[in-house]
Ligand binder design. Structure first.
Ligand SMILES: NC(=O)c1ccc[n+]([C@@H]2O[C@H](COP(=O)([O-])OP(=O)(O)OC[C@H]3O[C@@H](n4cnc5c(N)ncnc54)[C@H](OP(=O)(O)O)[C@@H]3O)[C@@H](O)[C@H]2O)c1
Length: 338
């Protein structure tokens, strides 16, 4: 599915050593709009506002041109500060960057969509977004709270179907606020329901994806329907707040260590390389400069088909990010197998 530009071939070892201190750029994939989307971006979920400005600056210096944001992460103003610093320094221009944000679940009412887009734009200091996703298919109750629970801690919801939300997003494409629109955490039936009403087809599907949940069927479905597939939590989200004792850990899988050693790479780099090599976009989150720099260095080696197949075989399946406490809300996506 990927029509990539600039996919580098693995350079000789001396070149690889030199590259470890220089900037690396990610190849891009063409969206149906004709726009190029880098196949690796910086994730920003749970990146503390006090850390994320610096993380964005380090990432841009390291060669990242794609940042994955969301209103719900509560750090778009600080991401915007990092972007502004690099625009002001002349390191990048706005048009060099690919910036994604997401519509939170309390803003699904068609009358709220444009304002939500503008809130993210104001925070980020931008006048358009390259990509805007419906963050989840469920519509939580409109209002002040981003997590509107009743007195018993149950999420409250509104009877708003995401196909009506989609039409409001299309209007934001027409008015120039958004360049591309897409879906996040939607299952195949929900994606099809959007395609069936869409004037502007969804360009991207963003879902959890790593070797313990390789999303083979959903990836195949997205390809057939012409959606570019973005893998979130590509490292298995080891820093998530919802981590429970006994949860499996992708990063600590003993089968990955010897593979990483064979290529002289880290486990994280093998996971990211596996993701891009199977045709998905990866958006690892880090606020640690050395990791940010390390994570984009995945275009100077290739996994053999045997190693790709072995990692494909690590599927459990295990989903780390499921919001199962809101499974009573209509359109919670994981009642379906894919
Ligand atoms: N659409 C959605 O519903 C949704 C849901 C979840 C995530 N996302 C997006 O996807 C992004 C990635 O997912 P995620 O943040 O859940 O998980 P992730 O990228 O799989 O893992 C991030 C964690 O791994 C650590 N890490 C990063 N690089 C590392 C390396 N080279 N070596 C060791 N540890 C490393 C980070 O620590 P440090 O930061 O401390 O370095 C952080 O704790 C998010 O940030 C967000 O942008 C979207």
């Amino acid at each position: 599915m990927f029509i990539t530009r600039g996919t580098p071939k693995a350079p000789p070892t001396s070149e690889r050593r030199r590259q470890s201190t220089t900037r690396m750029s990610a190849p891009t994939v063409e969206l149906p709009s004709g726009q190029q989307m880098p196949v690796l971006g910086l994730g920003t979920s749970q990146a503390k506002p006090t850390q994320v400005t610096e993380a964005v600056k380090v990432a841009i210096d390291a060669g990242y041109r794609h940042i994955d944001c969301a209103m719900k992460y509560g750090n778009e103003a600080e991401i915007g500060a990092g972007l502004k610093a690099k625009f002001d320094e002349g390191v990048v221009k706005r048009e060099d960057m690919f910036i994604t944000s997401k519509l939170w679940n309390t803003f699904h009412h068609p009358d709220d969509v444009e304002e939500a887009v503008k809130m993210s734009l104001r925070s980020l200091g931008l006048d358009y977004l390259d990509l805007y996703l419906i963050h989840w298919p469920m519509a939580y109750r409109r209002g002040e709270s981003l997590l509107p629970e009743d007195g018993e801690g149950r999420m409250m919801w509104d009877d708003i179907h995401f196909t009506d939300t989609w039409k409001a997003l299309e209007s934001c494409v027409e008015s120039g606020l958004l360049r591309n629109i897409g879906l996040s955490n939607f299952n195949s039936k929900q994606i099809q329901a959007v395609i069936d009403v869409a004037k502007v087809k969804p360009a991207v599907l963003q879902v959890e994806c790593h070797p313990y949940l390789n999303q083979k069927q959903l990836l195949q479905f997205a390809k057939q329907k012409g959606l570019v597939f973005t893998a979130f939590a590509p490292l298995g989200s080891p820093g998530r707040t919802s981590v429970k004792p006994g949860d499996p850990s992708v990063m600590e899988d003993p089968k990955l260590k010897p593979i990483a050693e064979k290529y002289g790479k880290s486990v994280a780099q093998v996971l990211l390389r596996w993701g891009v090599q199977r045709g998905t976009i990866v958006i690892p989150k880090s606020v640690t400069p050395a990791r940010i720099q390390q994570n984009i260095r995945v275009f100077d080696f290739a996994l053999t088909s045997e190693d790709m197949a072995m990692i494909d075989g690590f599927e459990i399946p295990h989903r780390f990010i499921h919001l199962d406490w809101v499974s009573h809300v209509p359109e919670w996506p994981f009642h379906e197998s894919f």
